[in-house]
Design a protein. Structure first.
Length: 132
């Protein structure tokens, strides 16, 4: 269940295609090899109202949170996180070059006892792989 939630200052929409940001994160998550493809979710939420640093509205931010299930050791999580952050950061290099910008990425491990899910995507992907 790797679920990525991206919150960003709405002024980023002037310069960044958020659908491409989501796809960059999804692709990087797949490349790590530690997440089930059928469980990956990436969503981006624009923050229309925000205040950053000294209050100037030309500053921007993107804060990403990954919620994932238990079972991956620290070394695997760190390696995956570094890979995903590098991909996202590289995609956003033009934003760093043209504006004042803050990027962050945090991981949160969900307690399996209090994390409830229902998903039929995994089975559909397995069936597609078998039957084409």
């Amino acid at each position: 269940m790797p679920h990525f939630t991206i919150e960003y200052s709405a002024n980023l929409e002037e310069t960044v295609a958020m659908s491409e940001v989501c796809e960059t994160v999804r692709r990087a998550a797949v490349e790590t090899g530690i997440f089930p493809v059928g469980g990956i979710r990436v969503r981006a939420i624009a923050c229309k109202h925000y205040a950053i640093a000294d209050g100037r509205n030309d500053h921007a931010f993107l804060a990403m949170l990954l919620r994932l299930g238990e079972g991956r050791d620290l070394a695997a999580r760190k390696k995956a996180g570094e890979h995903i952050f590098r991909a996202l950061s590289a995609y956003l290099d033009p934003v760093f070059a043209s504006s004042k910008f803050a990027l962050s990425f945090d991981m949160q491990i969900n307690d399996k006892e209090t994390s409830f899910k229902r998903n039929n995507i995994h089975e559909a992907l397995k069936a597609e792989a078998v039957h084409g």
